[in-house]
Ligand binder design. Sequence first.
Ligand code: ASP
Length: 343
Amino acid sequence: MTTSLSPSSAGASGRLPRIAVLATGGTIAGSAPDATNTAGYQAGVIGVAQLLAAVPGLDAIAAIHAEQVASIDSKDMSLALWSTLAQRVNALLASDDIDGVVITHGTDTLEETAYFLQLCVKSAKPCVLTAAMRPASALSADGPLNLLNAVTLAASGAAAGQGVLVAFNNRIHCARDVAKFSTYAVDAFQSPEIGALGWVQDGRVEFQRKALRPHTVDTPFAAAQVWPQVDIVVSYAGVSRVAVDALVAAGVRGLVIAGTGNGSIHGAVQTALAEAAAQGVAVVRASRVGSGHVMHNGAAKDDALGFVSAGTLSPYKARVLLLLALAAGTSGKEALQRVFDTY
Ligand code: ASP
Protein backbone atom coordinates (compact mmCIF):
# COMPACT_ATOMS: atom_id res chain seq x y z
CA MET A 1 0.00 0.00 0.00
CA THR A 2 1.39 3.45 -0.83
CA THR A 3 0.20 6.85 0.34
CA SER A 4 1.45 10.30 -0.48
CA LEU A 5 1.17 13.17 1.95
CA SER A 6 1.71 16.48 0.20
CA PRO A 7 3.34 19.26 2.15
CA SER A 8 0.86 22.03 2.91
CA SER A 9 3.45 24.81 2.87
CA ALA A 10 5.62 24.02 -0.14
CA GLY A 11 2.94 22.29 -2.24
CA ALA A 12 4.28 20.94 -5.49
CA SER A 13 7.27 23.31 -5.53
CA GLY A 14 9.48 20.42 -4.40
CA ARG A 15 11.39 22.59 -1.94
CA LEU A 16 10.66 20.29 0.98
CA PRO A 17 12.74 17.11 1.22
CA ARG A 18 10.89 14.06 -0.12
CA ILE A 19 11.01 11.29 2.44
CA ALA A 20 9.77 7.73 1.93
CA VAL A 21 8.33 6.18 5.10
CA LEU A 22 8.40 2.37 4.94
CA ALA A 23 6.29 0.73 7.64
CA THR A 24 7.02 -2.81 8.78
CA GLY A 25 4.86 -3.12 11.93
CA GLY A 26 6.09 -3.26 15.53
CA THR A 27 4.76 -1.69 18.71
CA ILE A 28 4.81 1.71 17.04
CA ALA A 29 1.91 0.27 15.00
CA GLY A 30 0.51 -1.65 17.95
CA SER A 31 -2.93 -1.42 19.50
CA ALA A 32 -4.25 -2.44 22.95
CA PRO A 33 -7.80 -2.60 24.30
CA ASP A 34 -7.24 0.45 26.52
CA ALA A 35 -4.84 3.37 26.92
CA THR A 36 -3.13 2.11 30.07
CA ASN A 37 -2.28 -1.27 28.56
CA THR A 38 1.35 -1.34 27.39
CA ALA A 39 1.93 -5.09 27.63
CA GLY A 40 -1.16 -6.88 26.30
CA TYR A 41 -1.27 -5.30 22.86
CA GLN A 42 -0.94 -6.58 19.32
CA ALA A 43 2.04 -5.25 17.37
CA GLY A 44 1.87 -4.24 13.72
CA VAL A 45 -1.88 -3.72 13.32
CA ILE A 46 -2.06 0.02 12.58
CA GLY A 47 -1.39 1.09 9.00
CA VAL A 48 1.18 3.62 7.86
CA ALA A 49 -1.43 6.28 6.94
CA GLN A 50 -2.73 6.24 10.53
CA LEU A 51 0.82 6.39 11.95
CA LEU A 52 1.55 9.47 9.87
CA ALA A 53 -1.79 11.08 10.74
CA ALA A 54 -0.84 10.91 14.45
CA VAL A 55 2.20 13.16 13.91
CA PRO A 56 1.34 16.85 13.92
CA GLY A 57 3.40 19.11 11.66
CA LEU A 58 4.95 16.35 9.57
CA ASP A 59 3.83 17.93 6.31
CA ALA A 60 5.77 21.08 7.14
CA ILE A 61 9.02 19.07 7.39
CA ALA A 62 8.84 16.78 4.38
CA ALA A 63 6.72 15.59 1.49
CA ILE A 64 5.98 12.04 2.56
CA HIS A 65 5.68 9.01 0.33
CA ALA A 66 4.45 6.10 2.45
CA GLU A 67 4.55 2.35 1.89
CA GLN A 68 3.38 -0.55 4.00
CA VAL A 69 6.17 -3.10 3.42
CA ALA A 70 5.04 -5.50 6.16
CA SER A 71 2.84 -5.62 9.27
CA ILE A 72 4.74 -7.86 11.66
CA ASP A 73 5.91 -8.06 15.22
CA SER A 74 9.65 -7.72 14.65
CA LYS A 75 10.31 -10.82 16.78
CA ASP A 76 9.24 -12.61 13.59
CA MET A 77 11.62 -10.74 11.27
CA SER A 78 12.87 -13.00 8.47
CA LEU A 79 15.83 -13.00 6.13
CA ALA A 80 13.39 -12.85 3.19
CA LEU A 81 11.86 -9.64 4.57
CA TRP A 82 15.35 -8.19 5.12
CA SER A 83 16.08 -8.79 1.44
CA THR A 84 12.77 -7.20 0.38
CA LEU A 85 13.41 -4.20 2.62
CA ALA A 86 16.97 -3.68 1.37
CA GLN A 87 15.81 -3.88 -2.25
CA ARG A 88 13.00 -1.38 -1.62
CA VAL A 89 15.27 1.06 0.25
CA ASN A 90 17.89 0.85 -2.49
CA ALA A 91 15.31 1.39 -5.25
CA LEU A 92 13.80 4.40 -3.48
CA LEU A 93 17.14 6.01 -2.65
CA ALA A 94 18.30 5.52 -6.24
CA SER A 95 15.36 7.62 -7.40
CA ASP A 96 15.75 11.38 -7.92
CA ASP A 97 12.28 11.75 -6.41
CA ILE A 98 13.35 10.57 -2.94
CA ASP A 99 15.81 12.35 -0.62
CA GLY A 100 15.76 9.91 2.28
CA VAL A 101 14.05 6.89 3.82
CA VAL A 102 12.52 6.32 7.26
CA ILE A 103 11.65 2.79 8.35
CA THR A 104 9.22 2.13 11.20
CA HIS A 105 10.10 -1.16 12.89
CA GLY A 106 9.55 -3.17 16.04
CA THR A 107 12.12 -2.62 18.77
CA ASP A 108 12.89 -6.32 19.34
CA THR A 109 15.09 -6.88 16.28
CA LEU A 110 15.59 -3.27 15.21
CA GLU A 111 19.32 -3.36 15.98
CA GLU A 112 19.78 -6.38 13.69
CA THR A 113 17.82 -4.88 10.78
CA ALA A 114 19.62 -1.57 11.21
CA TYR A 115 23.07 -3.19 11.00
CA PHE A 116 21.96 -5.38 8.07
CA LEU A 117 20.90 -2.23 6.19
CA GLN A 118 24.08 -0.42 7.27
CA LEU A 119 25.94 -3.07 5.28
CA CYS A 120 23.49 -3.49 2.34
CA VAL A 121 22.11 -0.02 1.54
CA LYS A 122 23.97 1.43 -1.43
CA SER A 123 23.34 5.15 -1.09
CA ALA A 124 24.72 8.10 0.85
CA LYS A 125 21.20 9.49 1.25
CA PRO A 126 19.76 9.29 4.77
CA CYS A 127 18.22 6.02 5.96
CA VAL A 128 16.74 6.21 9.47
CA LEU A 129 14.96 3.56 11.53
CA THR A 130 12.59 4.33 14.34
CA ALA A 131 10.22 2.46 16.63
CA ALA A 132 8.30 2.79 19.88
CA MET A 133 8.11 1.08 23.24
CA ARG A 134 4.45 1.91 23.81
CA PRO A 135 1.68 0.95 21.40
CA ALA A 136 -0.01 3.68 19.38
CA SER A 137 -3.12 3.32 21.56
CA ALA A 138 -1.23 4.06 24.82
CA LEU A 139 -1.38 7.12 27.00
CA SER A 140 1.89 8.98 26.26
CA ALA A 141 2.66 6.82 23.22
CA ASP A 142 6.28 7.47 22.19
CA GLY A 143 5.79 6.55 18.52
CA PRO A 144 4.58 9.90 17.12
CA LEU A 145 7.55 11.90 18.51
CA ASN A 146 10.03 9.20 17.46
CA LEU A 147 8.55 9.25 13.94
CA LEU A 148 8.62 13.04 13.81
CA ASN A 149 12.27 13.01 14.88
CA ALA A 150 13.15 10.27 12.37
CA VAL A 151 11.63 12.25 9.50
CA THR A 152 13.30 15.43 10.77
CA LEU A 153 16.64 13.59 10.78
CA ALA A 154 16.14 12.03 7.33
CA ALA A 155 15.11 15.41 5.93
CA SER A 156 18.17 17.14 7.35
CA GLY A 157 21.27 17.50 5.23
CA ALA A 158 23.29 16.44 8.29
CA ALA A 159 22.24 12.78 8.01
CA ALA A 160 23.65 12.28 4.49
CA GLY A 161 26.70 10.02 4.42
CA GLN A 162 26.34 9.02 8.09
CA GLY A 163 25.24 5.46 7.33
CA VAL A 164 22.06 3.92 8.64
CA LEU A 165 20.82 5.73 11.74
CA VAL A 166 18.37 4.99 14.51
CA ALA A 167 16.28 7.89 15.86
CA PHE A 168 14.90 6.94 19.25
CA ASN A 169 13.89 8.92 22.32
CA ASN A 170 15.50 12.10 20.93
CA ARG A 171 18.86 10.43 20.32
CA ILE A 172 20.60 9.52 17.06
CA HIS A 173 22.39 6.16 17.18
CA CYS A 174 24.73 4.48 14.70
CA ALA A 175 23.22 1.24 13.36
CA ARG A 176 26.42 -0.64 14.22
CA ASP A 177 26.53 0.40 17.88
CA VAL A 178 22.92 0.57 19.01
CA ALA A 179 21.15 -2.14 21.04
CA LYS A 180 17.96 -2.54 23.03
CA PHE A 181 18.64 -2.63 26.77
CA SER A 182 15.23 -2.51 28.41
CA THR A 183 12.06 -4.57 28.18
CA TYR A 184 9.63 -1.70 28.86
CA ALA A 185 11.48 1.60 29.41
CA VAL A 186 10.83 4.33 26.86
CA ASP A 187 14.58 5.00 26.85
CA ALA A 188 15.26 1.44 25.66
CA PHE A 189 18.14 1.98 23.23
CA GLN A 190 21.78 2.68 23.99
CA SER A 191 25.08 2.56 22.16
CA PRO A 192 27.11 1.04 25.03
CA GLU A 193 30.60 2.40 25.80
CA ILE A 194 30.57 4.47 22.61
CA GLY A 195 27.44 6.57 23.07
CA ALA A 196 24.96 8.11 20.67
CA LEU A 197 26.03 10.08 17.58
CA GLY A 198 23.88 13.05 18.50
CA TRP A 199 20.30 14.08 19.06
CA VAL A 200 17.14 15.48 17.54
CA GLN A 201 15.40 17.94 19.80
CA ASP A 202 12.52 20.30 18.99
CA GLY A 203 13.19 20.05 15.27
CA ARG A 204 16.94 20.55 15.58
CA VAL A 205 19.42 17.89 14.48
CA GLU A 206 22.85 17.85 16.07
CA PHE A 207 25.66 15.37 15.44
CA GLN A 208 28.52 15.14 17.94
CA ARG A 209 30.58 12.50 16.13
CA LYS A 210 30.71 10.25 13.06
CA ALA A 211 30.80 6.48 12.60
CA LEU A 212 34.30 5.46 11.48
CA ARG A 213 33.74 1.92 10.18
CA PRO A 214 32.96 1.65 6.43
CA HIS A 215 29.23 1.38 5.71
CA THR A 216 26.59 1.53 2.94
CA VAL A 217 28.35 2.45 -0.34
CA ASP A 218 31.74 1.45 1.12
CA THR A 219 30.92 -2.21 1.73
CA PRO A 220 30.84 -5.12 -0.74
CA PHE A 221 27.73 -6.67 0.84
CA ALA A 222 24.31 -7.13 -0.71
CA ALA A 223 21.03 -8.77 0.24
CA ALA A 224 20.85 -12.33 -1.07
CA GLN A 225 17.93 -14.41 -2.27
CA VAL A 226 19.34 -17.59 -0.73
CA TRP A 227 21.07 -17.34 2.65
CA PRO A 228 23.57 -19.68 4.32
CA GLN A 229 22.46 -21.02 7.68
CA VAL A 230 24.16 -19.05 10.45
CA ASP A 231 23.15 -19.45 14.09
CA ILE A 232 24.09 -18.30 17.56
CA VAL A 233 24.97 -20.53 20.51
CA VAL A 234 25.51 -19.41 24.10
CA SER A 235 28.03 -20.36 26.77
CA TYR A 236 26.85 -20.60 30.38
CA ALA A 237 27.43 -22.66 33.53
CA GLY A 238 26.69 -26.31 32.90
CA VAL A 239 26.15 -25.92 29.12
CA SER A 240 26.50 -29.04 26.97
CA ARG A 241 27.74 -29.42 23.39
CA VAL A 242 24.36 -30.76 22.21
CA ALA A 243 23.24 -27.52 20.49
CA VAL A 244 26.51 -27.13 18.55
CA ASP A 245 26.49 -30.77 17.45
CA ALA A 246 22.84 -30.54 16.37
CA LEU A 247 23.48 -27.41 14.32
CA VAL A 248 26.54 -28.91 12.65
CA ALA A 249 24.52 -32.06 11.84
CA ALA A 250 21.83 -29.77 10.35
CA GLY A 251 24.41 -28.28 7.97
CA VAL A 252 25.07 -24.90 9.61
CA ARG A 253 27.67 -22.83 7.70
CA GLY A 254 28.46 -20.33 10.41
CA LEU A 255 28.20 -20.23 14.21
CA VAL A 256 28.53 -17.25 16.52
CA ILE A 257 29.30 -18.12 20.12
CA ALA A 258 27.93 -15.67 22.69
CA GLY A 259 30.67 -16.36 25.19
CA THR A 260 30.91 -15.37 28.83
CA GLY A 261 32.97 -12.34 29.89
CA ASN A 262 35.47 -11.35 27.23
CA GLY A 263 34.31 -14.18 24.97
CA SER A 264 35.44 -17.14 27.05
CA ILE A 265 33.76 -20.45 26.25
CA HIS A 266 32.88 -23.46 28.41
CA GLY A 267 35.33 -26.28 27.63
CA ALA A 268 32.63 -28.67 26.35
CA VAL A 269 31.32 -26.12 23.85
CA GLN A 270 34.81 -24.93 22.89
CA THR A 271 35.80 -28.47 21.93
CA ALA A 272 32.61 -28.88 19.88
CA LEU A 273 33.20 -25.53 18.15
CA ALA A 274 36.85 -26.36 17.38
CA GLU A 275 35.69 -29.62 15.79
CA ALA A 276 33.07 -27.69 13.79
CA ALA A 277 35.71 -25.18 12.62
CA ALA A 278 37.97 -28.08 11.55
CA GLN A 279 35.07 -29.31 9.41
CA GLY A 280 34.76 -25.91 7.68
CA VAL A 281 32.08 -24.20 9.80
CA ALA A 282 32.93 -20.51 10.30
CA VAL A 283 33.07 -19.87 14.07
CA VAL A 284 32.97 -16.33 15.48
CA ARG A 285 33.62 -15.61 19.13
CA ALA A 286 31.53 -12.79 20.65
CA SER A 287 30.37 -11.97 24.18
CA ARG A 288 26.99 -12.16 25.88
CA VAL A 289 27.97 -9.30 28.24
CA GLY A 290 26.35 -6.52 26.19
CA SER A 291 29.22 -4.06 26.03
CA GLY A 292 32.96 -4.02 25.44
CA HIS A 293 34.96 -5.87 22.82
CA VAL A 294 36.26 -9.39 22.25
CA MET A 295 39.92 -9.23 21.30
CA HIS A 296 41.51 -11.72 18.92
CA ASN A 297 43.66 -13.77 21.25
CA GLY A 298 46.11 -14.97 18.69
CA ALA A 299 48.17 -18.10 18.30
CA ALA A 300 47.42 -19.50 21.74
CA LYS A 301 43.68 -19.70 21.26
CA ASP A 302 41.67 -18.31 18.34
CA ASP A 303 44.18 -19.25 15.65
CA ALA A 304 44.76 -22.73 17.06
CA LEU A 305 41.04 -23.38 17.47
CA GLY A 306 40.10 -21.86 14.09
CA PHE A 307 37.99 -19.04 15.56
CA VAL A 308 37.38 -15.47 14.41
CA SER A 309 36.85 -12.75 17.04
CA ALA A 310 33.87 -10.38 16.81
CA GLY A 311 35.51 -7.23 18.23
CA THR A 312 32.81 -4.78 19.37
CA LEU A 313 29.93 -6.52 17.60
CA SER A 314 27.28 -8.14 19.78
CA PRO A 315 26.53 -11.81 18.97
CA TYR A 316 23.40 -10.70 17.08
CA LYS A 317 25.27 -8.22 14.92
CA ALA A 318 28.20 -10.61 14.48
CA ARG A 319 25.68 -13.07 13.04
CA VAL A 320 24.48 -10.43 10.55
CA LEU A 321 28.03 -9.76 9.36
CA LEU A 322 28.88 -13.46 9.18
CA LEU A 323 25.70 -14.12 7.19
CA LEU A 324 26.55 -11.39 4.69
CA ALA A 325 30.22 -12.36 4.45
CA LEU A 326 29.41 -16.03 3.80
CA ALA A 327 26.68 -15.06 1.31
CA ALA A 328 29.31 -12.93 -0.49
CA GLY A 329 31.56 -16.00 -0.77
CA THR A 330 34.14 -15.06 1.88
CA SER A 331 35.75 -18.15 3.38
CA GLY A 332 38.64 -19.05 5.65
CA LYS A 333 39.31 -17.64 9.09
CA GLU A 334 41.92 -15.09 7.96
CA ALA A 335 39.62 -13.54 5.36
CA LEU A 336 36.69 -13.58 7.79
CA GLN A 337 38.83 -11.97 10.51
CA ARG A 338 39.66 -9.14 8.08
CA VAL A 339 35.93 -8.67 7.49
CA PHE A 340 35.29 -8.47 11.25
CA ASP A 341 38.22 -6.10 11.73
CA THR A 342 36.88 -3.82 8.98
CA TYR A 343 33.08 -3.62 9.23
N1 ASP B 1 7.51 -7.03 19.91
C1 ASP B 1 7.55 -5.68 19.38
C2 ASP B 1 8.29 -5.72 18.05
O1 ASP B 1 9.47 -5.84 18.04
C3 ASP B 1 8.22 -4.79 20.35
C4 ASP B 1 8.31 -3.35 19.94
O2 ASP B 1 8.18 -2.94 18.81
O3 ASP B 1 8.61 -2.55 20.87
O4 ASP B 1 7.67 -5.65 17.02
